[in-house]
Each structure stands twice: as structure tokens, then as C-alpha cells.
Design a binder for this molecule. Structure first.
Ligand code: TRP
Length: 451
């Protein structure tokens, strides 16, 4: 018959799917934003609030997204078209695809920087340089347009190449190598960090909650961070869920993915805080500059820092890669399922467009202020608000439109006895929407930001 009768791509194994989905979740959010927010928002107090958000809000929304995807066996737009035909819900899918595209273009720029930073650190260009010198190196690097674009292009090309390979032979195969590598490198860095002299102070900062720093903004950040980190609210889990078979247990999958994501974020704190406290008088709340301005100085001061610094930035690049793969796949699945394009051309065209969209920010004149401002706007406002709005609408869809009964019917195929179904129902129908509405209001209310 025609092309439509060709079997839809699918995951080769449950482990492969979990690694790929965890790869999507583990990214700059875990290794960069999580420690940064933890440092600014009261150490373990933030970690505790974050854990509650993951369990009560993240996991239920992930179960909803995976169910929608698997039921419809389609991209985010197609999923809403299949489950709620002739309604406006497909617009929600379209917004998700669009958000994925925007995140992708910003992400490949920063990811390109991490690759270049691995190179600069590994070749010893930071050795013996003081903090003013590091800032100078950062500035001259960021203002060196061709070099930034080269690394940005390199990153986009690797992403396109993996996605072109398909679900099982491209994404699954790559994440089966990248995720264990990421964990291995992270453990190596944690061991280095916690065995430095004076590391204890960093560990106690990280593990002792300082509730005096907790404000409404802390809770808002933890909520936004949970959705961002778990890749929720924009159809990524709908897309990955659409390649699952009927006998996969969606509940245990959501739990595993969240567990891996949260554990990696938690470990990243152990790689950063002990080293930070052992070396510098800088406050752990160094903010946006932590990654590119503070850490090179730390690696300078520790034994074998050149090697560990390069390893750290390489680790970031791997974490970013497993996320850009997922971001690209969301848009590519839309091109394949809705526009009936072939995978290869879809990946190439979408990847090229994301690359082009990233060029203006890549050419931002090397201004650290621009960098901070750009990142702050994206990560403090655009992502939390758009992902939270997406997650809110997904809860309303799953809880009220498609209906919790229908979602549970989908979940039961693969997980016949889901004992917590009533709890899930209450969370998705009431708790999540109210909590998420709170983040969205909180993000725009001036009194929250000034506190
Ligand atoms: N979870 C990623 C991180 O922690 C970022 C992200 C958000 C993402 N939404 C996504 C990645 C969708 C892949 C797909 O950095």
C-alpha cells in the first residue's frame, strides 16, 4: 500500500526508553540550574521543596503525558487530534512543538559553549589565570563570533545526525552510551570534590537546610525547575511515550525517569558545592556566572584541575546532547506525523532552522551582562511560564477533558494494578492545577520577585 502503512518507529526495550527519557530530562537543568538555585535558595531547604514538587506534581503530570502519547501513537499535535478530534486542544500540542523549537535553539548555543569550555580548560588556557582573567577569556571567547558559531554548528550537527538514525537505532543507541558515560564522569567528579580539603563545609551547606532563605519565590523556582528538569509541559514525554508499546508500565517508567533525573541533579550538587567551599570565599549563590566564570577558577585551584575541569564541561555537553536530541525529536515527530515528511529531511531542516535562530544570541558581542540577562529571561521567565502553562493545560486535559477514567484505562495496559490511582486522580484534577496556577501568577507578580 502507501507509505502510511509503514510501521511506526518504536523503542527497542523498556530500559532503552527509560535511558532516553531520562536523557531528555537530565540536562543543563540538573547540572547547572539545580545547583545554582540550591545555592541561592537555602541549600537543603530548596532541595526538600524540590523533591516534594517532583513527587506530587512532576510524576503525576509525566504519567498523564506518557499516557496521552502512547494512546494516540502520534506527535504532540496529532495526539490531541486523535484523542479530542475537532477541538482546540491541538493548539496545545502546537505550542509544545514551538516551545521545543525555541528551547532547542537556545540550548544548542549554550551547549556549544560547554564544548568550547571543555577545550579551553583541557588545553590549559585557564591555568594560573585569576578571576579577572577568566572573565576576560570568557568575554573574548563569546565575542569571537566564528568560533562560537562553529561550536554551535558542531553541536547542532551531532544532534541532527543522532535523530536521523531513528528511535531505536539513533536515539536509543546513543543514549545507551551517553547516559552511563555521564553517570561515570559525574561520580568521578563527586569523588574529586568531596575529597578536597575543606570539602566538609560545602557538604554541610548542601545538606543543612536554611529555611530563613525560603520565600514565595523559592517555592516558585522549585516548581518551575521540576517541570523544566523533567522535560514536562511541552509534549516531550507525549512524543517519547508515543513510541511505547501497550505492555510498558507507564507508572514505573515515570518513577524511574524522575528518580534518575533527581539523583543526577542531587549528585551534581556534590560535585560543585564541596569544591566551591574548599577553594573560594565566593558565596554559593554566585548566580548565573557560576558555570562559566566561577568554576574555571575553582578548577584552577584544585590538583589536576585541568583534567577535572575539562571533564566537567564535557559532562555538561553530554547532558545537553541527550536533551537536544529529545527537543529535536519533538519537532521532527510533528514533521513526520503531521506533514508526512521523511525523518532525515525533517531532522536536517528543523536542526538547520534552530541553528539559524540561535545565531543572533551566539553573536551577542561577548557581553557577560547580555549573557546573564538572556539566560535570566529564558530560564527565569520564559521556560517556567510556558512549561508551567503547558503542564496546567495538560492536567486539565487529562483530568477533565479526556478524563481520569480514560487515562487510567490507558495506564492499566502495562500496569494492571495501579493502587494509587485515586491519589493520582486528586493530584491531577485539583492539586497540580492549583499549584501550577500559583507558579504562573507568582512569576508575573512583582511582590514575589522583590522578596
Ligand atoms: N530537562 C531539560 C534539562 O533539565 C530541559 C528540557 C525542558 C527539555 N524541556 C525539554 C529537554 C524537552 C528535552 C525535551 O535541562
Amino acid at each position: 500500500m502507501n507509505d502510511n502503512s509503514v510501521r511506526r518507529d518504536a523503542w527497542g526495550s523498556k530500559v532503552g526508553f527509560i535511558l532516553a527519557a531520562a536523557g531528555s530530562a537530565v540536562g543543563l537543568g540538573n547540572i547547572y540550574l539545580f545547583p545554582m538555585n540550591t545555592g541561592e535558595q537555602g541549600g537543603a531547604a530548596f532541595v526538600l521543596i524540590y523533591l516534594i514538587c517532583v513527587l506530587l506534581l512532576g510524576v503525576p503530570v509525566m504519567i498523564a503525558e506518557l499516557s496521552i502519547g502512547r494512546r494516540a501513537q502520534s506527535d504532540p499535535v496529532g495526539a490531541f487530534k486523535v484523542i479530542a478530534p475537532k477541538t482546540w486542544w491541538k493548539t496545545l500540542g502546537a505550542l509544545g512543538v514551538l516551545t521545543g523549537f525555541v528551547i532547542l535553539s537556545a540550548y544548542t548555543v549554550v551547549a556549544g559553549w560547554t564544548l568550547k569550555y571543555a577545550w579551553i580548560t583541557g588545553t590549559g588556557q585557564f591555568s594560573g589565570v585569576d578571576s579577572a582573567g577568566i572573565e576576560q577569556t570568557f568575554k573574548s571567547f563569546v565575542s569571537d563570533g566564528p568560533s562560537v558559531i562553529l561550536f554551535h554548528l558542531l553541536f547542532a550537527t551531532i544532534t541532527v545526525w543522532i535523530v536521523t538514525g531513528g528511535i531505536e537505532k539513533g536515539i536509543e543507541k546513543a543514549t545507551k552510551i551517553l547516559m552511563p558515560l555521564l553517570l561515570g564522569l559525574l561520580i568521578l567528579l563527586v569523588i574529586r570534590s568531596i575529597t578536597l580539603p575543606g570539602a566538609g563545609e560545602g557538604i554541610s551547606f548542601y545538606l543543612k537546610p536554611d529555611f530563613s532563605k525560603v520565600t514565595v519565590r523559592t517555592i516558585m523556582l522549585a516548581l518551575g525547575q521540576a517541570f523544566f528538569s523533567l522535560s514536562l509541559g511541552m509534549g516531550a514525554m507525549i512524543t517519547y511515550g508515543s513510541y511505547l508499546s501497550r505492555n510498558t508500565n507507564l507508572v514505573s517508567s515515570a518513577l524511574y525517569v524522575s528518580l534518575v533525573d533527581t539523583s543526577i541533579a542531587f549528585l551534581a550538587g556534590f560535585a560543585i558545592f564541596p569544591a566551591l567551599f574548599s577553594v573560594s570565599e565566593l558565596s554559593p549563590g554566585a548566580g548565573t556566572g557560576l558555570l562559566f566564570l566561577v568554576l574555571p577558577g575553582i578548577f584552577n585551584a584544585i590538583p589536576l584541575g585541568q583534567f577535572f575541569g575539562a571533564t566537567f564541561f564535557f559532562l555538561l555537553a553530554i547532558a545537553a546532547l541527550t536533551s537536544t536530541i529529545a527537543l529535536l525529536e519533538v519537532v521532527v515527530s510533528y514533521f513526520i506525523d503531521q506533514l508526512h515528511w521523511k525523518r532525515g529531511p525533517s531532522a536536517l531542516v528543523v536542526g538547520s532552522c534552530a541553528f539559524l535562530l540561535g545565531i543572533p544570541s551566539a553573536l551577542s558581542n561577548g557581553s557577560v551582562d547580555f549573557f546573564s540577562g538572556f539566560m535570566d529571561v529564558l530560564f527565569d521567565y520564559f521556560f517556567p511560564i510556558s512549561l508551567a502553562s503547558g503542564a496546567l493545560l495538560i492536567c486539565i486535559f487529562a483530568g477533565w477533558k479526556w478524563g481520569t477514567q480514560s487515562v487510567m484505562e490507558e495506564v492499566r495496559s502495562g500496569c494492571p494494578s495501579f493502587k494509587l490511582a485515586p491519589v493520582w486522580t486528586v493530584l491531577v484534577r485539583y492539586v497540580c492545577p492549583v499549584a501550577i496556577a500559583f507558579i504562573i501568577l507568582g512569576s508575573v507578580a512583582p511582590w514575589v520577585n522583590s522578596s
